[in-house]
Design a protein around this ligand. Structure first.
Ligand SMILES: Cc1cc2nc3c(=O)[nH]c(=O)nc-3n(C[C@H](O)[C@H](O)[C@H](O)COP(=O)(O)OP(=O)(O)OC[C@H]3O[C@@H](n4cnc5c(N)ncnc54)[C@H](O)[C@@H]3O)c2cc1C
Length: 397
């Protein structure tokens, strides 16, 4: 497999790098001090600069207003985004890949404004009793035969998106309409729901370990009425569309973790080669440099695994193998990034524990990559099943 980047891909990488260095990193410290809020003018500037750098809507086809990037190109960009703390890349206009299934009316109402940075969506799957086990989902949509509307009910947790920006959700629920009954009923289905629809209530907006551009509130939907035109992708397609999202985002997480490790290492090497204790550079103590060598091995392996998963997806490999490779990449990269952040905090000593230093922020922020989009245990389950069903050679070869 040839992973050499073309001239156009190197240009994309450089544009993403410049955006991170010129626009995201300079806002990190103030964002942290402000408890995770940016003024509207700064948010608008981040959106504007992303559009100017042609970094918005990366995964969407050009005919839908996106950039039409391959998965490998998405990875190249996410490697750079991972070099900013605070999840500030969330302000880059874009959307969940399920929106590629939007019909013409849904495109003009949700996708196009999202790609202009005027609207932001969230993806509401998790519920109080359904986390790793999506089969336990209880949210429902029942068709009102009199009006043709659907009546939505359910409670959703961790509904992620930037506050003051996010104004609609993709609601994953079960359609239980007797008139559509099939052997598979109830049917997992996605609905597009505006936050200002009557019956949509923000129940709780907790703080989390990280200070992030996104908040992760809990919503209750009680007898929310939406037209049939709010169905995204067709009745019964939620599991398939959500799975497409998981595979794409697991690869993105792997790429951002690889990028985070690269920045952590660069900071640590700069520091350790200039910091003097006991009359010599601390880098010359193997107790300092060896953990950094281990981190370099972690970072390089994470990057390769992630790029390989992306290249397989682009090459039209068996989707089940791509699924396993995405899990492998996410599992390794997220666990490695956590190890790497912990080592780098140690290399910085007391400074590593100060929020104004990136290493401290990374230590808090990288923790969630082992939890969201499927915990490390769930990734292991996927990999273990693939080893048995697809064969060891196709998973590790
Ligand atoms: C900051 C943040 C943002 C999030 N954003 C979103 C979002 O935008 N949309 C959304 O829908 N969800 C979101 N989530 C939810 C996230 O995907 C879930 O938290 C995750 O899938 C785990 O589910 P859970 O928290 O219910 O834990 P549980 O499923 O209850 O798991 C608890 C523990 O049990 C382990 N476990 C469970 N089953 C098994 C098993 N079969 N074998 C071994 N171990 C197992 C898990 O690995 C974990 O360690 C977010 C979560 C966080 C923290």
């Amino acid at each position: 497999m040839d992973l050499t980047l073309s001239a156009a891909q190197l240009d994309l990488q450089a544009r993403a790098r410049a955006y991170v260095v010129d626009h995201l990193q300079p806002n990190e410290a103030a964002f942290e001090r402000a408890g995770g809020r940016l003024p509207a003018a700064t948010r608008d500037e981040l959106k504007r600069a992303a559009i100017e750098a042609r970094l918005h809507g990366g995964s969407f086809p050009r005919e839908l207003g996106g950039q039409g990037w391959t998965v490998l190109e998405q990875v190249i960009v996410h490697e750079q985004l991972g070099q900013a703390t605070g999840g500030l890349w969330s302000f880059i206009p874009g959307g969940y890949n399920a929106l590629v299934h939007a019909d013409v009316a849904q495109r003009s109402r949700y996708l196009e404004p999202s790609l202009r940075g005027e609207r932001f969506g969230s993806y509401a799957i998790t519920e109080p009793s359904a986390g790793s086990d999506a089969r336990a989902l209880e949210a429902t949509a029942v068709r009102d035969a009199a009006t043709g509307e659907y009546v939505l009910n359910g409670e959703k947790w961790f509904v992620t998106g930037p506050p003051d920006e996010t104004d609609f959700m993709i609601f994953h629920c079960l359609v239980g309409d007797p008139s559509l009954a099939t052997d598979e009923d109830p049917q997992p289905t996605l609905f597009l729901v505006d936050y200002d629809t009557p019956g949509v209530a923000l129940k709780h907006d907790p703080d989390y370990t990280h200070t992030f551009a996104d908040r992760h509130p809990q919503f209750v939907l009680a007898d929310v009425r939406v037209p049939a035109s709010a169905i995204l992708g067709g009745i019964g397609r939620a599991d398939e569309l959500t799975n497409e999202w998981f595979v794409e985002e697991r690869i993105h997480i792997g790429a951002r973790c690889a990028g985070a490790m690269q920045r952590l290492l660069a900071l640590a090497v700069d520091w350790a080669t200039s910091r003097v204790q006991f009359g010599q550079r601390i880098y010359d103590f193997q107790g300092v440099s060896f953990p950094l060598a281990d981190s370099a091995a972690d970072a390089a392996a994470a990057r390769l695994l992630t790029r390989e998963a992306a290249a397989l997806a682009d090459g039209g490999a068996d989707p089940k193998v791509v699924h396993a490779k995405a899990s492998l990449a996410k599992l390794f990269a997220s666990e490695a990034a956590w190890r790497c952040a912990d080592r780098v905090v140690q290399v910085f000593g007391g400074r590593g524990y100060m929020r104004e230093f990136p290493a401290e922020r990374y230590l808090r922020e990288l923790r969630v990559d082992r939890i969201w989009e499927g915990t490390s245990e769930i990734q292991r389950l996927i990999v273990a099943r693939a080893l048995e069903k697809r064969g060891v050679g196709r998973v590790v070869g």
